[in-house]
Design a protein around this ligand. Structure first.
Ligand code: UDP
Ligand code: MG
Length: 323
């Protein structure tokens, strides 16, 4: 079945505790792969330190179908890192990133391939609707994208996840970015190249439950903001300037009043208000500066992004990793 002249398509699946969906995912992918006879396929399953039976199921699947490859990370690193690990090990002329939970319908793959053949480098799937997500989650995600868009120069794609096809040159571009606090969604835009949008209805999870909670989402949002813009630092400077001007005006008023009416002692409450307000503001902005300093600290360590435990059952020494 392998044919040298056919292009190789890698389907990259990051998976963390996905034992309930992997078989289902395989069946859906298999149907697509068998139908697309013009391509060779490689399904690269990345086990991101799952605590359940995910790895064993991956092994089982590889026994059954040699198109399946799997990568076992040394622990749970999070989806962003699982994705870069997968990109590092992918061999395809293009890579399709897809969630394990079947929220991204594999049936879109043929359409993606079609646009890829037309010359697009990055074919991404945009959600028309999101089933099984609360109003609050939809609302917060909408507000967040608005803010992020307004403060960054690069175009952030709304309602778009990581479900997309990337040409080899996009993959190489992403691989060359070795920052440790990755915000891949922003990186896709940052690298540029020819992009094409396709629309789809996002299903709810086939089984299992989401690994995201509000805490993680808030952290991801802050990562997104701080890794693409230093705007918050500028806001701090402007707000500081505004407060100083207001303070200066108030000072003049007090001096003039004292000159005209003499000094009166009361003023405890206004003093307290000013101290508390300014104290709070200073702490907030210290936090903002600290956030950036912290990022610089992590990046300066230059640690490898991840370690591999095994690739297709063979132990990895990690010697040639993360160059
Ligand atoms: N995932 C991962 N590592 C993690 C968390 C999630 O590889 O630490 C994978 C997960 O297995 C799934 C994808 O990332 O394939 C998306 O996760 P999930 O469905 O929980 O997120 P949601 O769809 O709710 O945004
Ligand atoms: Mg999901």
């Amino acid at each position: 079945m392998e044919n040298e002249n056919k292009k190789l398509v890698t389907i990259l699946v990051p998976a963390y505790n996905e034992q309930d969906v992997l078989h289902m995912l395989y069946e859906r992918l298999k149907a697509i792969m068998d139908e697309q006879a013009n391509y060779n396929f490689e399904v690269l399953l990345v086990n991101d330190g799952s605590k359940d039976n995910t790895l064993n199921i991956m092994k089982e699947l590889r026994e059954k179908d040699k198109r399946i490859c799997y990568l076992n990370l040394s622990r749970n690193y999070g989806k962003e890192t699982a994705m870069i690990a997968g990109l590092d090990y992918s061999k395809g002329d293009c890579v399709i990133i897809i969630d394990a939970d079947l929220q991204d319908p594999p049936e879109l793959i043929p359409e993606m391939l079609k646009y890829w053949e037309e010359g697009y480098d990055d074919v991404y799937a945009k959600r028309k609707s999101r089933k099984g997500e609360s109003f609050l989650k939809k609302f917060t995600s909408k507000m967040y994208y608005k803010t992020l868009q307004s403060v960054t120069n690069i175009e952030i794609q709304k309602d778009t996840g990581d479900f997309r096809l990337l040409d080899r040159r996009c993959v190489e571009a992403l691989k060359s970015i070795r920052e440790s606090q990755r915000y891949t969604k922003g990186l896709f835009s940052w690298i540029g190249y020819n992009k094409k949008e396709i629309l789809f209805d996002r299903d709810s999870r086939a089984a299992g439950k989401t690994k995201w909670n509000y805490g993680k989402l808030i952290n991801l949002s802050i990562d997104g903001l701080t890794s693409f813009t230093t705007a918050p630092l500028r806001w701090a400077a402007f707000i500081g300037l505004g407060v100083s001007i207001a303070g200066f005006i108030y000072m003049m008023i007090i001096i003039i009043k004292a000159l005209i009416y003499g000094i009166d002692v009361p003023g405890y409450s206004s003093t307290m208000v000013v101290i508390l307000f300014l104290g709070g503001l200073q702490l907030v902005f210290l936090g903002v500066i600290g956030e950036y300093l912290g990022r610089a600290f992590y990046e300066s360590k230059g640690r490898p992004l991840y370690f591999i435990e095994q690739y297709n059952g063979e132990k990895e020494t990690n010697a040639n990793l993360n160059k």
